[in-house]
Design a protein around this ligand. Structure first.
Ligand SMILES: [Zn+2]
Length: 152
């Protein structure tokens, strides 16, 4: 499914609601301790997958992605009926590292941090709201057959 950065779709809202996550424990690894959470959402029209892809990007340069995390906020059952794969739905609920995403050498530590910060309901509520915004913009009703050419 196509994923697009929230800051590309809703630039002003993304900017106004930018989240910086402090990870003080990373200082001992010589890593930056402040990270932006960059959100990506599915923009496939008609798809209701209810997930977000989050990248931890250092607030200071260089902005190299430290971790790419998939997060589904619904219960596993929701993804079971949605997923074509008999096993994949288990991973779709909750947070996991994205196998095809960019990962830094300490990605697993960021996953632990992420699992803690999603206990904050405000954050999850923001994901859901952003997801709805994106869907509102990218959901296109199917064009009725045979009517596409001569609409006046
Ligand atoms: Zn989708």
């Amino acid at each position: 499914m196509p994923l697009e950065a929230f800051d590309q779709i809703c630039h002003d809202i993304a900017r106004a609601e930018a989240r910086v996550c402090s990870v003080p424990g990373l200082a001992s690894f010589g890593l930056p301790t402040k990270y932006f959470l960059r959100e990506f959402y599915c923009t496939e029209s008609g798809c209701d997958c209810r997930r977000v892809l989050v990248q931890f990007v250092p607030a200071a340069k260089p902005p190299r992605v430290a971790a790419t995390i998939n997060y589904g906020w619904e219960k596993p059952k929701f993804y079971k009926k949605w997923s074509l794969d008999p096993e994949m739905w288990r991973e779709m609920a909750g947070a996991s590292l994205e196998s095809f995403g960019e990962q830094g050498p300490h990605a697993d530590k960021f996953l632990l941090v992420f699992r803690k910060i999603i206990l904050d309901h405000d954050l999850v509520t923001a994901f859901r709201r952003h997801y709805k915004l994106v869907k509102k913009i990218t959901d296109v009703p199917p064009t009725p057959r045979g009517k596409s050419e001569h609409l006046s």
